[in-house]
Each structure stands twice: as structure tokens, then as C-alpha cells.
Design a protein around this ligand. Structure first.
Ligand SMILES: [Fe+2]
Ligand SMILES: [Fe+2]
Length: 371
């Protein structure tokens, strides 16, 4: 992939640094953030006019409460390094751990920034004051989140060139309803991921090998509120969570959970350093997300079904085989990749068709962070 920046010298020096750093990924971090694969965080675009036409009257009271809270900006001063910030010893870090930590930071930064770009564009294109106000607060938060992670990457000399990827990364078009399902889920999963790591490290402070984990508690509250906003948006129109759309919700739940499983299981050294069992962590995040999503989704995936974890493992193995076949190259590699891809697809189909549990959606949609 051609990721040579044209306009910025700083970008060029970022990339040069990235290549110099021992143990850093073969590709630079801007290149990593540029990747558009099945598993990597994407940038989205949508029908902004349709989103602008949303009328929040049916949820007005909750909406006003939530926006007042966002306007008060509780995390205004939070995303700054303070005296407790101690840089990890990047130079002497185990190379595998270093690679995985950088991969974790880059993919988190890309995901945060993807939200920032989408929300900012919505605010820029919209005329509806409710919608514009919401998206201005959310893009403000995501810009801080992405910037803060990028500061951490800068310490290692491998900051992502966010301006470059804004212009050059491929954008995926999603209809507004798909944006609601996917973004709602990624906000709530983001909340569940951050708080689960934070609580684990609160109990095991000796495993906190990077200072950024200390920031996760207040951080996750932002993600929680962003998720609340999408829950309210979905509640403005009952059609969004009924009929054929239930199959779409099921699809997004399956895709998002399976993606998280495969990605996390590719970071063994990272989770070992945290002393986190990846199976436990992922199931814990799914469990929290399932409970939260009862506020708006009429179904939830049965993550305790006897076939759930075995099927996730099969998908994970298929992705590993796909990657290995890709590296092998040649006709054998191509065939191997096709076969592994088919196995991943079958695994996904199996996961998608596992029985789901039905939820009675509550009258009151709003939730407070509870974990
Ligand atoms: Fe965020
Ligand atoms: Fe967010």
C-alpha cells in the first residue's frame, strides 16, 4: 500500500522513526492505521441528510438531560499527562510485547479517530440543531481520545499521522441505520473494554505496564454517554429495532463480537503482560455489553451457548490460517487463503444462526455507567 505522505515533512519523519525503532512493526503506524481489512477499524461515511432529518421529540426529556451532561464536559481536563505519567521502557521492552502494544494503541487510536471524523462530518453537514449539538460534543471527545493515544505513541516515536489518514484512508459507506447499530455497539463495547481493563488493573496494579490504563475510568464514561446518544436516536423510531431490522442487529452483534475475539486473540503477549486471560476478558466484555444493550436491542446473543466459544475458536483459527497462507504466497497460498476464508465464512454463518435470547426493552432507555 502506498502511504507516502505528500504534504507534511513531519509525517515523513514519523515514518522514518517508525522504521528505525527496533521491534516496531515492519509497516509504519500510519500504514497500520491505513489498512482496510475485515478486522481493522474502518472510517465511515453515511447519508448525512437522512441523519439530519431525525426528530428527537419522542425522547426529548432524556435527550436534553444527556446533552446537558455532555455540554458540562466532565472530562475537559482529563486527557493530559500529569506527574503520574511514567513512560514505559520502550527500548528494553520484549519485542513481541512492544509490537502488540503498538498494535493495540494504533488500532484504538484509529477507532477513536474514526468516530471523530464521522461525528465531525455529521456536525459540519447538518442543519438540525439537536443533531449538530450532539455530534459536536462527540467529535470533541473522540478527538481528545485519539490525540491522547497518539501522544502515547509519540513517546515511542511512532505517532500516527492523523491528518494524512483523514485524507487518504478508504471510507466505507453505511446507511444511517447501520451506523446506529455499529456505532452504538462500538461505543458500548469501548466502555466495557476500558472499564474491564481498568478494574482488573485496579486489583492488580503491578500489571499496569503502561500509564495510559490509568486514564480509562473517566475515559469510558465518555464512551458510555456516546452509546446513550445512539440508544436515544434508535428509540426515536421503533422500526429501527423491529421487524427485518432485528436480523440486522443480530448480524452486527455477531460481526462485532467475532471481530473483537479474533483481534484480541492475536495479542497474546499484550494480554499476558496484563495477566488477563483473553477468553475470560472477551466473554466479560460481551456479557457487560449484552446487559447494557438490553436498553435498546430486542435480542441478545447467547454467549453461553455450548457452540459459542468453539465456533469463535474455529473462526480465529481460520483467520490465522488465512494470514499464514497469505504470507506463503503463490498458487498454494491463494488456494489456502480461499479455503481458510470459506471456513471463516462458515464459522460466521454458524455463529449467526445460533439461537438468540429475546429481550423485553424497558420503557426508560437511559442508563448510567454501572461497572
Ligand atoms: Fe472515544
Ligand atoms: Fe465514543
Amino acid at each position: 500500500m502506498n502511504v507516502q505522505p505528500r504534504e507534511s515533512d513531519r509525517a515523513a519523519s514519523d515514518e522514518a522513526l517508525a522504521r528505525e525503532i527496533e521491534g516496531a512493526p515492519a509497516t509504519d503506524t500510519t500504514g497500520m492505521a491505513m489498512e482496510t481489512t475485515l478486522l481493522s477499524p474502518r472510517f465511515y461515511t453515511t447519508d448525512f441528510d437522512e441523519m439530519d432529518a431525525i426528530d428527537v421529540t419522542p425522547v426529548r426529556e432524556d435527550w436534553d438531560d444527556l446533552l446537558a451532561q455532555m455540554k458540562s464536559d466532565p472530562n475537559k481536563g482529563h486527557f493530559k499527562k500529569d506527574e503520574t505519567w511514567e513512560n514505559p521502557d520502550w527500548e528494553n521492552m520484549d519485542p513481541q510485547l512492544k509490537r502488540e502494544l503498538i498494535d493495540f494503541l494504533v488500532s484504538s487510536c484509529t477507532a477513536e479517530f474514526s468516530g471523530c471524523v464521522l461525528y465531525k462530518e455529521m456536525k459540519r453537514r447538518g442543519n438540525n440543531p439537536d443533531i449538530c449539538e450532539l455530534f459536536s460534543y462527540m467529535s470533541r471527545d473522540e478527538a481528545r481520545h485519539a490525540g491522547f493515544i497518539n501522544d502515547a505513541l509519540r513517546d515511542a516515536g511512532v505517532a500516527v499521522n492523523l491528518g494524512f489518514i483523514t485524507k487518504k484512508k478508504k471510507y466505507t459507506y453505511f446507511r444511517p441505520k447501520f451506523i446506529y447499530y455499529a456505532t452504538y455497539l462500538s461505543e458500548k463495547i469501548g466502555y466495557a473494554r476500558y472499564i474491564t481493563i481498568y478494574r482488573h488493573l485496579e486489583a492488580n496494579p503491578d500489571k499496569r505496564f503502561h500509564p495510559i490504563f490509568n486514564w480509562f475510568k473517566e475515559w469510558c464514561n465518555d464512551e458510555h454517554s456516546h452509546g446513550e446518544a445512539f440508544a436515544l436516536l434508535m428509540r426515536t423510531d421503533p422500526k429501527l429495532t423491529s421487524g427485518i431490522n432485528v436480523y440486522w442487529i443480530r448480524f452486527f452483534l455477531t460481526a462485532v463480537y467475532a471481530t473483537m475475539w479474533v483481534r484480541d486473540h492475536a495479542r497474546e503477549a499484550f494480554h499476558e503482560a496484563l495477566d488477563v486471560d483473553i477468553d475470560w476478558y472477551d466473554q466479560e466484555v460481551f456479557r457487560k455489553t449484552n446487559v447494557i444493550a438490553r436498553q435498546v436491542f430486542p435480542i441478545e446473543l447467547d454467549i453461553d451457548h455450548p457452540a459459542w466459544i468453539p465456533t469463535l475458536r474455529r473462526i480465529e483459527a481460520a483467520f490465522k490460517d488465512m494470514e499464514a497462507a497469505d504470507k506463503r504466497g503463490g498458487i498454494g497460498g491463494k488456494l489456502g487463503k480461499g479455503w481458510a476464508g470459506a471456513r471463516a465464512g462458515l464459522g460466521f454463518l454458524r455463529l449467526y444462526t445460533l439461537p438468540v435470547k429475546k429481550n423485553e426493552v424497558p420503557d426508560s432507555v437511559r442508563l448510567e455507567p454501572a461497572y
